[in-house]
Design a protein around this ligand. Sequence first.
Ligand SMILES: [Zn+2]
Ligand SMILES: [Zn+2]
Length: 256
Amino acid sequence: MKFCALGSGSAGNSFVVQESNTTLLIDCGFGLNETISRLDRYGIHPDQLDAILITHEHEDHIKGAFSLSNKYNIPIHLSHGTFKMAQKKINTNYNILFNFIHNTKPFSINELKITPIPVPHDAREPFQFMFESNSKSLAIITDLGFVTNYLIKTLKEITALVIECNHDKEMLNNSDYPQSLKDRIGGMYGHLENMEAIRLLKAINHKGISWIAAAHLSEKNNDENLVRQLIAEATNKEMEVIKVIDQKDGLNWLAV
Ligand SMILES: [Zn+2]
Ligand SMILES: [Zn+2]
């Protein structure tokens, strides 16, 4: 299995998971042309995409999803709640095949087994995803207010992990954001602060993880080097296997 990121942050999230001839796009938070050019950086043509998985209806996750799906006939997988909330953004002329996620029930796309993972976030019915193939596993976990026991249990033996490290609590509190925005981001249904991500890493079997990629970093209220350092301290891993996904440049292919 292979992973790359087109970019991650509040201005757009999109990831690719590939196994043999199966290529999946996870979220599509960039516009149509931007998505196509970012895919091209990694040698992917949209025709190669077997499916688009959508985690939730926020704009930084769905911006180009429906136009891409319509243009290249790529089926979309999403929850009923996400569909309901995103419906007004789906052009009525579009011809899209929607596949609905049934709670945490795993499903398969070719050789990839996909397990939806519910997370606490201020969206209608958000799910993040775990991918499994050939006894390797990858989870992409962003957009959650806090780490649930269910998440810890599900990710216990994961072999590669993309995890939201949204903000440093103190930097957010001291920022010039209005109080209402601070409350939203820092709240139970907002975004994961660094130390919650660290709590998750410490609670799972991190020795078995080959690499960790931090995602959805706040441009104003976080620091890339701080995140790397916190992860290194918590897991005793070498810096080379600790990655940060850039908003603009994404993250190049990594083998799982
Ligand atoms: Zn987001
Ligand atoms: Zn969100």
